[in-house]
Design a protein. Structure first.
Length: 271
């Protein structure tokens, strides 16, 4: 895989202090694709426990994109064995990512968020872990309906990065990592930064956020529901052909898994 690269030109004094880097910077800051603090699922769980202890009990979470469902099942086995779970899992999808990502990776690697969401929600239920972990869905959450759909598939809440970037003025120039973002959003070049008029853009982002959440609540109300937590996969139908619409529950049949079914071997279908 690929790690992250913070170009030397974008390392300001404040960033250097926060990340423990020398200033003035002497090179790019390379973040490896593999963590050095742990190795394997049990190591991840133990690291979560260490962070929770060092932070005085603050919520600790992980962010991931589903590749192989079996690997997430292995992580759940480690959670059961160590009795350590994250407080939340932020699930992104293949459709997520940054303009700095290699195109082949952003286009082809990882499972789409909705598929991955249905899988991890179901596996957590099947392992009797769902009530201990909140799921945050991300990945092209742009509209009120996309929020409602994510809640129906199994999310507790959603994140939106792309939508907020659009509201901020992003034009998807794909120059995030070059320090030459023409809109001024992802650059420290003072001339280009002038394009980001903070008072105006802050109001746009605030309005977009407020209106999108309002629409999501209106959709939930139109379903006859009085709480977002009551939305489920039976409430939303998808057109699958000119003559057929099916509820999400039948499109993701593992959403019907019973609590603990994976521990007892009674799931009835492979995950």
């Amino acid at each position: 895989g690929h790690g992250g690269i913070l170009p030397k030109a974008k390392i300001s004094e404040a960033i250097a202090e926060a990340r423990g880097l020398p200033y003035p910077p002497v090179s790019d800051c390379n973040s490896p694709s593999k963590h050095s603090a742990f190795d394997g699922p049990e190591g991840l769980c133990e690291f979560i426990g260490t962070l929770r202890e060092l932070s005085g009990g603050k919520p600790i979470g992980i962010k991931m994109c589903v590749g192989q469902p079996a690997q997430f099942a292995e992580l759940c086995q480690a959670m059961i064995k160590t009795n350590i779970t994250p407080d939340f899992i932020t699930l992104d999808g293949a459709e997520g990512g940054t303009g700095a990502a290699p195109p082949e990776f952003s286009n082809s690697v990882g499972m789409p968020m909705r598929h991955g969401l249905a899988i991890i929600h179901s596996i957590l239920i099947g392992c009797n872990l769902r009530d201990r972990i909140k799921i945050i869905a991300a990945g092209k959450v742009l509209t009120g309906f996309s929020i409602v759909e994510a809640l129906a598939i199994g999310a507790d809440l959603t994140n939106s990065a792309r939508g907020m970037m659009f509201a901020l003025g992003c034009i998807q120039a794909l120059k995030c990592n070059t320090n030459k973002c023409p809109t001024g959003i992802t650059t420290l070049d003072k001339d280009l930064m002038g394009g980001l008029v903070i008072p105006t853009k802050a109001e746009r982002v605030h309005t977009f956020h407020r209106k999108t959440v309002e629409v999501a609540c209106e959709i939930i109300g139109s379903m006859g529901l009085d709480c977002p937590s009551k939305v489920n996969a039976r409430h939303i139908f998808k057109t699958v052909s000119p003559h057929e619409a099916r509820p999400l529950l039948t499109m993701y049949p593992y959403l019907g898994v019973k609590p603990g079914a994976l521990l007892s071997g009674d799931a009835g279908f492979p995950l």
